[in-house]
Design a protein around this ligand. Structure first.
Ligand code: NAI
Length: 508
């Protein structure tokens, strides 16, 4: 299909409801609105064709419409099967009120996302954002920029190109073989299908892409691995490690959206209960603070002694999951790592304990291992909330265990987006202002992104002045008055009056 309004969402009749929410979100997203005001006339994204893969929420709608207000063309998919808000997706397709679009004749942006996609749907949607309509008389087009959250689009392009260069998609692995999850098999099928139809699809698409901006910790890890092996195909901007992203969204965003997800999913009281948080990075810090704020006693686990010591100094008990698993009411993973909660842990949990993950991928919890345990049964309480019935058995220490159950949220996928609506607008405005600035930097080809002769592309961060600008653009809305340096003070501490105010290694 080359129709510019090709799209796939739940129901365009939801657009009015979505538009109301977007209008209120705009009020709470001063950073994005400041960029529209400052850069709208200059159109710095004119000519940009952005393939975006990021949770299709109300806040993301404001991001998308900021990118188009700056001149970009955009195609969008969600980066998680459960995170789309269908009304936001519909409103973006129909378009802003001044576009004159309607559900019958949409005039907005092609979105391919709905809440509750299958894995096959998910990868089909991801493929659609790489397929751009050919302008009249011109050859086929692809995106020239990627905006990624978790790195799935970037991964698809890299793996697709590698398969084309090798002349083969990796063969048929055995399901369950390490590294070949159900999802991996779907990805391989997707690659096979695309390459069978057009053997040089990924070569064509990859050649057109000038860069990627990446939203989250896990996606940045993937990019750094590609850069380290010399395989990264285009320059990347690590948006996550802007201070105004990871020290705000990952922390204060989670502090808001973790309890939101737990409440909407279960409505189980947190006060007086014991909660376990795996990982004490930025997300773990926000999670632990939120649970403590609700009156829970919080236990933290860490593999990094620095973060473990931070947790201890912040007043949390630091322990290993296996040593406390039988006494906790909530288990929340925030590590971005694999197999953190394994089937043997789940079998040792208290009756009706709540188990959820808030890290990017579902492999922190070994749900496949749980499903493969003899005698377990899964009961749907409501979408994204499942009770797993565990049979009477004998614990490894020989104790008899009666029948019991645990509640698993969003099938192990990030529960703040699966069971609730993710972070609130204000904090997403700080993240997404960085995303917009990163796209502008990539599109204008900022000097520091240049790939020197004989070198391969690298992963960069935004200049600190832009990070400070994002923070500055959010102060007025909170009534915060910034103190201005005098010239003498600036000289005394060796900075410019206009910033940047800290060295690169300052940790905030
Ligand atoms: P981080 O790197 O700051 O923190 C992760 C922490 O987990 C580290 O301190 C690490 O030492 C620890 N860790 C690793 N393996 C562990 C294990 N086996 N047991 C205990 N601790 C372990 O990363 P950040 O920024 O906190 O992100 C964590 C995850 O959350 C990532 O996957 C990220 O992409 C995702 N994320 C999710 C968001 C959401 O809305 N759900 C928002 C932001 C990030």
């Amino acid at each position: 299909r080359t129709d510019p309004f090709d799209h796939r969402v739940r129901d365009l009749a939801l657009a009015t409801a979505g538009r109301h929410q977007i209008r209120l979100a705009e009020h709470e997203m001063p950073g994005l609105m400041a960029l529209r005001r400052e850069l709208g006339d200059a159109q710095p994204l004119a000519g940009a064709r952005i393939a975006g893969s990021l949770h299709m929420t109300v806040q993301t709608a404001v991001l998308i419409e900021t990118l188009t207000a700056l001149g970009a063309q955009v195609r969008w998919a969600s980066c998680n099967i459960f995170s789309t808000q269908d009304e936001a997706a519909a409103a973006v397709v129909v378009g802003r009120p001044e576009s004159g679009g309607s559900p019958e004749e949409p005039a907005g942006v092609p979105v391919f996302a709905w809440k509750g996609e299958s894995l096959a749907d998910y990868w089909w949607c991801t493929e659609q954002i790489l397929r751009w309509p050919a302008p009249e008389g011109a050859g086929q087009q692809g995106p020239n920029l990627i905006l990624d959250d978790g790195g799935d689009v970037t991964m698809l392009v890299h793996e697709g190109l590698a398969a084309e260069n090798r002349g083969a998609v990796p063969g048929d692995p055995k399901p369950g073989e390490r590294g070949y999850s159900e999802e991996k098999l779907v990805v391989l099928d997707t690659l096979r299908r695309i390459i069978a139809a057009e053997p040089t699809f990924f070569s064509r698409v990859a050649a057109g892409i000038g860069g990627v901006s990446e939203e989250t910790t896990t996606g940045v890890h993937r990019l750094e691995q590609l850069a380290a092996s010399g395989d990264l195909l285009f320059p990347a901007i690590n948006v996550n490690d802007s201070v105004t992203k990871s020290k705000f969204d990952n922390r204060y965003g989670i502090r808001h959206s973790l309890p939101d997800g737990l409440n909407r999913a279960t409505d189980v009281l947190m006060g007086g209960k014991t909660a376990f948080v795996a990982g004490y990075g930025d997300v773990g810090k926000g999670a632990a603070e939120a649970l403590r704020g609700q009156g829970a006693r919080v236990i933290v686990s860490e593999i990094d002694p620095i973060c473990a010591l931070q947790a201890a100094m912040d007043g949390y008990r630091v322990a290993r999951l296996e040593d406390v698993v039988g006494e906790v009411d909530f288990v929340i993973t925030t590590t971005g790592n694999v197999d953190v909660v394994r089937a043997e842990h789940i079998l040792a949990m208290k009756d009706k304990a709540v188990l959820g993950n808030i890290g990017h991928f579902d492999n922190e919890l070994d749900i496949a291992g749980l499903a493969a345990t003899p005698g377990v049964e899964k009961v749907e309480i409501k979408p994204q909330v499942h009770e797993w019935l565990l049979p009477a058995d004998t614990a490894p220490d020989g104790a008899a265990r009666p029948e019991r159950s645990v509640i698993v949220l969003s099938e192990g996928r990030l529960l703040n987006l699966g069971n609730a609506t993710g972070h609130p607008s204000f904090v997403m405005s700080t993240s997404f202002a960085n995303q917009v600035l990163a796209q502008v930097e990539l599109h204008r080809g900022a000097d520091y992104l240049e790939v020197a002769d004989g070198e391969t592309p690298r992963v960069h961060r935004l200049p600190k002045v832009l990070d400070e600008k994002v923070a500055r653009d959010h102060l007025a809305a909170l009534g915060a008055q910034l103190t201005e340096l005098t010239k003498d003070q600036a000289e005394y501490i060796g900075v410019d009056v206009a910033g940047p105010y800290k060295s690169e290694h300052y940790r905030y």
